[in-house]
Design a protein around this ligand. Structure first.
Ligand SMILES: C[S@@+](CC[C@H](N)C(=O)[O-])C[C@H]1O[C@@H](n2cnc3c(N)ncnc32)[C@H](O)[C@@H]1O
Length: 233
């Protein structure tokens, strides 16, 4: 949710300015229109359109207590650690989740993938920006943590890579079942399939157990899946 001490006018003016300057980087004109029509959505909800929530975070408009990204980071800290190599799959147009993690890290680095990323000028040695697709062939350092915040169709590749290379993972699902050759036309069917992929990953490897978390206090209705390694006896 937006900070109360920032005026509606300031939010609208800043975001409109950004959108005009960066129009050419958003090929999805429908998404652009949805953002332009809802510049103040963050007044009522912590979960908005990716570009919108990333702009709120970029300009410091987001209230830290209710920020969906900062609360997802708390989950990562609770169940894993930020101080290790982290790969974010599908960071979105402005990779604010990765930026916020990299700003808090004391060890390791964060690498974020998304082919639709806008140009960024973050000066953090531990933040690596990859404006490209993350695929099953992408090289990933051993012992990395794979993370995804609503990565849409990239959820599947994230879970397959976690399975095949036995990598820790935490992924917040979304209601964006890809309408593709796999036949995922229905969000519930797709989510069940993702759940099954996550379950298979822990079943077949030493990743431990499949666990669930939620950010429903911050308006996110979808489950968050992660693995919990078992303590060595
Ligand atoms: C809903 S958005 C991501 C939201 C973002 N993580 C956030 O925090 O709001 C989905 C993104 O997935 C990206 N994407 C889809 N497949 C991908 C892949 N294989 N590798 C990397 N990014 C991918 C798209 O370009 C799009 O930006």
């Amino acid at each position: 949710m937006l900070k109360e001490n920032i005026s509606d006018e300031k939010v609208k003016e800043t975001l409109r300015d950004y959108l005009i300057k960066n129009k050419k980087f958003t090929p999805d004109k429908e998404e652009l229109k949805r953002v332009e029509d809802r510049l103040l959505w963050g007044r009522n909800s912590s979960l908005t359109i990716p570009l919108l929530r990333q702009l709120y975070d970029l300009y410091g408009f987001e209230d830290e207590k209710t920020s969906i990204y900062l609360n997802f980071i708390k989950l990562i800290e609770e169940h894993f650690s930020l101080d290790r190599n982290i790969i974010e799959v599908a960071g979105g147009p402005i990779p604010r989740l990765s930026f916020q993690i990299a700003s808090r890290q004391t060890k390791g680095k964060v690498t974020v993938y998304d082919p639709l990323m806008h140009p960024t000028d973050y000066n953090l040695d531990n933040l690596v920006i990859k404006k490209e697709l993350f695929t099953e062939k992408t090289k990933v350092p051993k012992d990395s943590l794979l993370i995804g915040f609503m990565p849409c169709e990239a959820t599947e590749v994230l879970l397959r890579v976690a399975h095949r290379r036995e990598l820790d993972f935490i992924v917040a699902l979304c209601g964006c079942s890809p309408n593709n050759s796999e036949g995922y036309y229905d969000d519930e069917v797709w989510m069940n399939n993702m759940e099954y992929l996550a379950y298979s990953a822990v079943r077949d490897t030493n990743l431990g157990e499949l666990k669930h978390a939620t950010l429903d206090d911050y308006d996110d209705p979808y489950p968050i899946l992660y693995n919990k390694r078992l303590m060595k006896k």
